[in-house]
Ligand binder design. Structure first.
Ligand SMILES: Nc1ncnc2c1ncn2[C@@H]1O[C@H](COP(=O)(O)OP(=O)(O)OP(=O)(O)O)[C@@H](O)[C@H]1O
Ligand SMILES: [Mg+2]
Length: 424
């Protein structure tokens, strides 16, 4: 199709693990010998799929295998996957830093890429010299770079160091300048690999804004990140890579969901609370925690829907002044994004009884995304916790689906003013 700017067909990239050297020459000669006779490469068959957690029988692995996809002009493609899934390898091949072992790629348009820290800049040259060098490498004329120079430096925020060799830069300053160059080149395709993680929060926000501008101008963006919130905000389509292969392609939210599900070992909705591993306390225990929508059990809600959570607990010790603590956490960092405490205005909890509550979080109060859950029951005066459930592996995750792109800017993170009602 005419508006396809990247087309990847049956792409594979094989790497040799361990020491490069011993045995390499003989296998290389053997490979070459097969090639000159027009035979199939014998080492392509013994390469194993790339599972970082298992010892392989061979030292050849497929970092990428059977990769097929297309990117249309103006698309913002988010590439996600675990460490070692092949994301950076794919971006390097598309940026032509390295070649594929098999397969074919077609790229239409000028690419600017920001790969790992350390690529593109010469350590002994000053920031200024590197801007010109990089601009030239990326295909800009000297005049073009001159016209953009002030804008690049202003965006990077490293004015003070612009005449200092970049080897004296902090890694954040380095990335600031490198991103500024790549983004201001007016590339037809902008490729950004994770690197933003090095920048501070303010700069990350600025970069995400800039990438959004670039895409609004009809340019194509490929973005690799472990920050799923950023990926879900910025990207329209996604690729979820798993052990070098495409697991899911298409809608970004589907890819994120599949990725999060694959990061867990069990089917969450069927895991009984009693089996959960990371749990402390013991005298008043949660026995059932459910997310509920239209009477059905679910942890998936749309941004414009009210979130209902039903909790049940069994009392093994009589107590009073019980509080319920509830928090939403970042699925990877564990950082608390929002939390709430409710003092249960109830009489003594009587031994042998069970208690149940319903929480309601009003619609449009939680930003779309995926959140780990935290629940605790404790005594507010003695600060004794009877049950704490804080296990982002085995607990279900709350997912809030966006209803349209613009809701992201309007929704808040900070406080959820939800009400507590006692269950009948
Ligand atoms: N030059 C190389 N030589 C050998 N193996 C390599 C090389 N570069 C990458 N690999 C291997 O290829 C696989 C994919 O690596 P890649 O860097 O693409 O992963 P990634 O998805 O970017 O991971 P991360 O999230 O950690 O950045 C890994 O198993 C890695 O060890
Ligand atoms: Mg990588």
């Amino acid at each position: 199709m005419s508006n396809t700017v990247i087309k990847v067909e049956n792409l594979g990239k094989q790497y040799r693990l361990g020491q490069v050297g011993t045995g390499t020459l003989s296998t290389d000669i053997n490979r070459w010998w097969h090639k000159v006779r027009g035979k199939e490469d014998p080492y392509l068959q013994i390469g194993e799929s790339n599972d970082r957690t298992k010892m392989g029988g061979s030292d050849l692995v497929w970092a990428l295998k059977d990769i097929n996809f297309e990117v249309k002009q103006g698309e913002v493609l988010g590439i996600i996957g675990k460490n070692g899934a092949g994301k950076s390898t794919l971006l390097k091949i598309l940026s032509q830093v390295t070649g594929p072992t098999v397969g074919d790629i077609k790229v239409k348009g000028r690419i600017a890429s920001l790969l790992e820290v350390g690529t593109g800049f010469h350590p002994d040259l000053s920031g200024r010299e590197n801007v010109f060098l990089n601009g030239a490498i990326l295909g800009m004329s000297k005049q073009e770079i001159k016209n953009k120079f002030d804008e690049i430096v202003a965006f990077s925020g490293v004015e003070r160091y612009i005449n200092t060799p970049v080897k004296r830069y902090s890694s954040g300053m380095y990335v600031r300048l490198a991103f500024a160059v790549a983004a201001h080149l007016e590339p037809e395709i902008l490729i950004v690999d994770e690197v933003l993680a090095v920048g501070d929060a303010e700069f990350q926000k600025k970069c995400l804004g800039k990438m959004k501008d670039v895409s609004n101008q009809g340019r194509t963006v490929l973005f690799v990140s472990h920050n799923l919130q950023a990926v879900s905000n910025l990207c329209t389509t996604g690729l979820f890579l798993n052990k070098g292969e495409i697991d899911t392609a298409g809608n970004i939210e589907d890819c994120i969901k599949k990725y999060l599900i694959s990061s867990r070992e069990m089917n969450l909705t069927t895991v009984s609370l009693n089996d959960r591993l990371k749990r402390t306390g013991g005298n008043i225990l949660f026995s059932d925690i459910k997310g509920i929508k239209n009477g059905e059990e679910t942890w998936e809600f749309n941004f414009d829907e009210e979130i209902n959570i039903s909790l049940k607990a069994s009392v093994y010790i009589e107590t009073e002044g019980l509080s319920l603590y509830f928090a939403l956490k970042h699925p990877f960092t564990g950082e608390i994004i929002s939390n709430y405490k409710v003092v249960l205005n109830q009489q003594n909890m009587v031994k042998g009884e069970s208690i149940s509550y319903a929480l309601t979080i009003p619609s449009k109060t939680i930003r779309p995304g995926q959140y780990s859950l935290y629940f605790a029951l404790g005594n507010k005066d003695t600060k004794v916790f009877y049950d704490v459930i804080d296990d982002n592996v085995n607990l279900p995750m709350l997912s809030i689906n966006p209803i349209s792109m613009d809701v992201h800017e309007n929704a808040g993170f900070i406080s959820i003013p939800f009400g507590l009602t006692k269950n009948a």
